[in-house]
Design a protein around this ligand. Structure first.
Ligand code: AKG
Length: 205
């Protein structure tokens, strides 16, 4: 890949979205997603975060990095993350996504799933510093992985999606208030995947 990411007109999918969730899935939003993944693997200062689960500290099953404006401090899993500075590629992606979604983003949580053993457990992005109805723009690069959404109280309201390389999932409205989401392990998957969730932190965490 030469230089900055090249955007394409998204192909928006028709999704049978359960009540209370607002989701849009755009396919092929980037010209060279796999080359972009390689560039981001090299450019981002990946870390293995420590998470607190059931009173124990465990190593997160993926590599991550919280990047953003200096005041976009974010707390999740009872850990406070001070942002790393924007890299050139992430700043270009942020600006492209702002144009595509008509929303400003001051931060991005980057996750690197090295293969299908890496995962993210069921959670919602409902931290107070994201505001009541956050719009989260989630870009996926590399291996196709399954994404699951489950209502917090009604087990009948659920959705499973495949997120291919170069796809953009936009979550908004009451999705985070009403639903949890996860990226389960997929042991047959040997390739890496990078996921970038662009967010707007509205108050200090
Ligand atoms: O990797 C994914 O698609 C999910 C990421 C996610 O749930 C998050 O960053 O909150």
């Amino acid at each position: 890949m030469n230089g900055l990411p090249q955007w394409r007109e998204p192909r928006w999918q028709n999704l049978a979205v359960p009540a209370g969730a607002e989701l849009r899935l755009g396919l092929d939003v980037l010209a060279e997603p796999d080359a972009l993944l390689q560039a981001l693997r090299a450019e981002i200062p990946w870390e293995q975060h420590r998470l607190r689960l059931y009173g124990r500290e465990v190593a997160s099953p993926r590599l991550s990095c919280w990047i953003g404006d200096t005041d976009a401090v974010y707390t999740y899993s009872r850990t406070r993350f001070v942002p790393q500075p924007w890299t050139p590629l992430l700043a270009a992606l942020r600006d492209g996504l702002a144009a595509l979604t008509a929303q400003r983003f001051n931060s991005v949580l980057c996750n690197l799933y090295r293969d299908g053993n890496d995962s993210m457990g069921l959670h919602s992005d409902d931290e107070p510093e994201l505001g009541l109805q956050p719009l989260i723009a989630s870009l996926s690069l590399g291996a196709t992985r399954r994404f699951r959404l489950r209502h917090k109280r009604d087990p009948a309201r659920r959705l499973e999606l495949e997120l291919p390389s170069g796809s953009l999932l936009v979550m908004s409205g009451t999705t985070q208030q009403e639903y949890r989401h996860e990226l389960p392990k997929a042991l047959r998957v040997k390739q890496a995947r990078v996921n970038l969730t662009f967010r707007q932190v509205v108050a200090r965490g």
